[in-house]
Ligand binder design. Structure first.
Ligand code: AMP
Ligand code: ZN
Length: 469
């Protein structure tokens, strides 16, 4: 399996530190609002990476944090005459609601900054003791000059960075170098605070991830991931902190997803060009949002549009319909023994799996993996028409379910209650009888009645098949 490592800017063979085990950290959201579809991309993409690693037999420890102390949360709390805790608890719950809808598995641990304060203070103290940080009037800064590899992830040269930083922001007088960044902010009235040896206050953003990764995964992790906007400064600073504090390599593989754009501009809260997952979910099922995200390679940009969402919905329906057709076929077909020429079809089924795995092994190419699923669907639809044997149909169904499950897509959920199902099946039986009696008016009336209930029926050689929609 090869993965593109931002650290080396090339695809590398994936070899975790410990055989059979993967330690993975994904930067989570700052919880002051609903997540937008751009934020949903790392959720879905790295959940899929995790699923694929698990499918390959790895035992994955997956950590995703919540940033629950931040200026934006404090501002929102002040605006609503609420507390930071209330705001962050609310939006953590909302983020879980969306993640569940998107079929994102819960992380092994979801740490929150406010619950890690002792460990944050401890790492800042280590950095001070090692001379990697300095304090000025209650603010603690990281000294980037003493970390000779600063810039190794973003491939920026420290001198260029210093020049760039001085142009962009008014240089903070207390900083020794313009690229130095804050580890601890002194307390301001009206803000939450924690006691620390150098004075009360709260941590900067970057230190939290270094601390939580170390605490739940150890000094060196296998995969660190997030959106590409985090490469600099967030991930660059995480490396500087962790490697100075622990004296070891921080992460072996750095994976970054590309942006979701609108009119080719990054979707973001600050630009105001964003769509929340919740708003989109009112128009398209959550599963279509997941499918939409997986339809592109995770490193390529995706331009969000209604048309593309619609196309994805149609594509997903095609796969789900094939699953339903196979299930119906298996439940109703006669027990035809496996035909001689079908032995070749069984071998061919394996080819779809190989095609799928080859795509996923090549830096998690979900777009090509979905193409392999579409080809399998085409193959299955034809085999149903050709009256295949039950044995082949069962194998096809297994393969289709298996591949869809790896991507977490096209799950068929029981959408009706048992009472509904009984009623629908009674109506279908009545219609079948009416057709037998050549009473087509009644048969058509029942079809219309079912349509009004949102049920579509399909006459097949194996009997009547029904589905919602
Ligand atoms: P934030 O809450 O802004 O820190 O973002 C949470 C995660 O979403 C980070 O991994 C970001 O890199 C990612 N992200 C934010 N906006 C986008 C976007 N438009 N496209 C893809 N990923 C994004
Ligand atoms: Zn982070």
């Amino acid at each position: 399996m090869r993965v593109y490592n931002t650290l080396t800017r090339q695809k590398e063979e994936f070899v975790p530190q410990q055989e059979g085990k993967v330690k993975m950290y994904v930067c989570g959201p700052t919880v002051y609002d609903y997540i937008h579809i751009g934020n949903a991309r790392p959720y879905v993409v790295f959940d899929t990476v995790r699923r694929y690693l698990e499918y390959k037999g790895y035992d994955v420890t997956y950590v995703q944090n919540f940033t629950d102390v931040d200026d934006k949360i404090i501002n929102r709390a002040n605006k609503e005459h609420s507390t930071m805790e209330e705001i962050s608890n609310r939006y953590i719950e909302e983020a879980f609601h969306d993640a569940d809808g998107l079929n994102v598995k819960r992380a092994t641990v979801h740490p929150r900054v406010t619950q890690e304060m002792d460990h944050i203070i401890e790492m800042i103290q280590t950095l001070l003791d090692k001379g990697a940080a300095y304090e000025d009037n209650g603010t603690v800064y990281y000294n980037t000059k003493q970390f000779s590899e600063y810039g190794k992830l973003s491939k920026k040269n420290l001198d260029e960075l210093i020049a760039g930083a001085s142009e962009r922001v008014s240089v903070d007088d207390a900083k020794k170098n313009p690229t130095d960044f804050v580890l601890w902010k002194p307390h301001k009235p009206g803000e939450p605070k924690w006691e620390a040896p150098w004075g009360a206050g709260r941590p900067g953003w970057h230190i939290e991830c270094s601390v939580m990764a170390k605490r739940y995964l150890g000094d060196t992790i296998d995969i660190h991931a997030g959106g590409e906007d985090l490469i600099f400064p967030h991930h660059e600073n995480e490396i500087a902190q962790s490697e100075a504090a622990n004296g070891k390599q921080f992460a072996k593989y750095w994976l970054h997803n590309g942006f979701i754009t609108v009119d080719n501009e990054k979707m973001s809260k600050s630009l105001g060009n964003f769509f929340t997952v919740r708003d989109i979910a009112a128009q398209f099922p959550y599963e279509v949002i997941r499918f939409f995200i997986l339809n592109g390679h995770y490193r390529s940009p995706i331009n969000f549009s209604r048309d593309l969402m619609q196309a994805c919905q149609n594509g997903l329906e095609r796969i789900k319909n094939c699953k339903k057709d196979l299930a119906h076929y298996i439940a109703n077909c006669s027990e035809i023994p496996l035909k001689e020429k079908e032995k070749e079809s069984i071998e061919e089924l394996e080819k779809f799996k190989v095609q799928f795995e080859t795509a996923m092994d090549d830096d998690f190419n979900t777009a090509d993996a979905i193409s392999a699923i579409y080809e399998l669907v085409r193959f299955a639809n034809k085999a149903i028409k050709d009256n295949m044997s039950k044995e082949l149909a069962v194998k096809m169904e297994d393969m289709l379910n298996h591949l869809c499950d790896v991507l977490g897509i096209a799950e068929i959920k029981e959408e009706q209650s048992q009472e509904d199902i009984t009623e629908i099946e009674a109506l279908i039986a009545k219609r079948t009888q009416a057709k037998k009696n050549k009473d087509f008016a009644t048969a058509d009336a029942i079809r219309d009645q079912l349509a009004a209930m949102g049920i579509t029926i399909k006459d097949t050689r194996q009997g009547v098949q029904w589905f919602r929609g």
